[in-house]
Design a binder for this molecule. Sequence first.
Ligand code: SAM
Length: 319
Amino acid sequence: MAEEEKVVQYFSRDFEWEELRDEVERNPKFSYHLSSFSPSLSSPSPVDADADAWRNFHRRHSTGTFFKERRYLLKEFPELIVFDGSIRVLEVGCGNGSTALPILRAKQNIIVYACDCSQDALDKTVEMIATSNFPSISHRFYPFLHDFSANRFPNWFLCSACKKCPHKKDFIFTPDANGEGLIRINEPAACCIGGIDYVTLIFTLSAVPFQRMSYILAELLTVLKPGGLLLFRDYGLFDMTMLRFRPEQRVGFREYMRSDGTLSYFFSLDIVRNLFLGAGFIELELEYCCVISVNRRSGKKMQRVWVHGKFQKPTVGTS
Ligand SMILES: C[S@@+](CC[C@H](N)C(=O)[O-])C[C@H]1O[C@@H](n2cnc3c(N)ncnc32)[C@H](O)[C@@H]1O
């Protein structure tokens, strides 16, 4: 069977998100998740957490037991299979390679660049790929160490015209009307033509401080080709894991810190839309995926909520 024919429509609507929202809003035990956030003197600052906590996380879990190949990815994002010629993908925050590996396996003519702030994570990904018993994928995989919440992407992603115009990345941000994020108020210079066909941002944006998200998305816009796509999947508002956080783990509105210092943000569709459109993307798809998963041991049902999104870099205007 041709690879294209294997692509099936992928729906994940085991329950209605609005019904879950109503349940959470009616239940007093969840009220602290809904209230506005005012930091106390003892609350940790999410901006201080960031990359170091993830480096420590990967150092502690260097056996890679957290690795779980995301086989559903190609169903969610069939454009990674259905294309002519060759493509370049940038996997942002690649962890142990759960997203990079299925993409590399999908077709011979896909090149994957993958960054993470943790060298341990990159080493593990290289090992996973080398031992995957799939022919000719190692030479199509380019890992690199990069803290994207504090640094710009390397110049070698850009076309030669962009390299000659260093000012092209000089964005200016201002707080949005709600004070919840930043919006870009200037256009990048017209010479920018980044070279990546697809950026994958899979459970990575939620791992950085909310205040850094606008900056990161604006950076990702610059590395994409005009017309290129950013493929997004991340934690959705009222996901079971959000409702399990205790009040003292809140470090912002819908933002939590695990005991190991890593962050987790839970996205509503409105916030995702504001962040991406504010950075200059066009929205193609945006929805909640609501899936019931069952704990094999206890038989307990869990309501999982993820956000699925596809965003495009405009072909004219911001390029
Ligand atoms: C939840 S994991 C997602 C991994 C992968 N995308 C996947 O599909 O499984 C988030 C990853 O983002 C990385 N990360 C977090 N903050 C980062 C930063 N500032 N710069 C680079 N990587 C970062 C972490 O090290 C971690 O590997």
